[in-house]
Design a protein around this ligand. Structure first.
Ligand code: GLP
Length: 259
């Protein structure tokens, strides 16, 4: 089962996950990080900056989960721009080592296969950061996504476009299509770290961690992975049935184990 860690507040979650990433990079300077966008991972990147801001991270490699299709890559809300602004620049990563799926219409038919090949060539992802959508999507794998899916083009649901409209001038500007790592791709990362904060994520978290494994809730795919850490605040944990057990196991976690 996933290890569920209930933290006091959002900065504590950021610090906890940043510590784990720092440990990984210290042991392996060319570690491969799976990078997520959305608001949820931002405290991790901020904490990483505080912790490792002065370090030489030029060897670190990274793969973003997803990108909008047809968006100008220079648009401030393209995931390429977001990853550059929130992760690459503050941490002074080497831009040539950080990959984002190519959402440009030119060559979109083979962009998924190209991305898969790049992940494979890098030796796979060591630690994948994940958020979760209110409907349980991870990356942009919307409800109904195959658990065997690889990086490919998907149609965003009306709900996701509505959720993400806050980043654009109007909902009409939110792209209709995206290119996302598949659930099968995500499941191949060696360690999955899912974060969620706030009451609006409580249902998706409970179903992902404890619900039936079902394509209707793509986040439930994490139950198929042998090493998953779910970091949540009290509000996002509020619908978990085994909440006392999670607190108990974490309080009694062997010191040598790491996340
Ligand atoms: C987008 C991203 C997901 C992210 C989700 C939740 O759809 N593609 O990777 O998990 O939004 O976003 P937020 O963290 O802002 O709630």
């Amino acid at each position: 089962m996933a290890e569920v860690v209930i933290v006091e507040d959002v900065p504590a979650a950021g610090a906890l996950v940043a510590d784990e990433i720092a440990r990984l990079i210290e042991g392996r300077p060319d570690a491969v990080l799976g990078l997520a966008t959305g608001s949820t991972p931002l405290p991790v990147y901020e904490a990483l900056h505080r912790r490792l801001g002065g370090a030489d991270l030029a060897q670190v490699r990274g793969f973003a989960l997803d990108e909008y299709v047809g968006i100008d890559p220079h648009h401030p809300e393209s995931y390429r721009s977001v990853i550059a602004r929130e992760v690459v620049e503050p941490l002074r990563l080497n831009p040539s080592q950080i990959h984002v799926p190519n959402g440009s219409l030119d060559g979109i038919e083979h962009a998924g296969a190209d991305y898969e090949a790049a992940i494979t060539a890098a030796g796979g992802v060591d630690l994948q950061i994940l958020g979760i959508g209110t409907d349980g999507h991870i990356g942009f794998n919307e409800p109904g996504s195959s658990f065997a899916s690889r990086t490919r083009v998907k149609t965003l649901t009306a709900q996701t476009r509505k959720d993400n409209a806050r980043f654009f001038d109007s909902i009409d500007d939110v792209p209709m299509h995206c290119i996302t790592q598949g659930l099968g791709t995500i499941l191949q990362a060696r360690h999955l770290v899912m974060l969620a904060f706030g009451e609006s994520k409580a249902r998706a978290v409970a179903e992902a961690v404890e619900g039936p494994i079902s394509a209707i809730l793509p986040g439930s795919a994490i139950q198929l992975h042998p090493h998953v850490t779910v970091v949540v605040d009290e509000a996002a944990a509020s619908r978990l049935k085994l909440v006392d057990y999670y607190r108990y196991t974490y309080a009694n976690k062997p010191a040598w184990q790491g996340l």
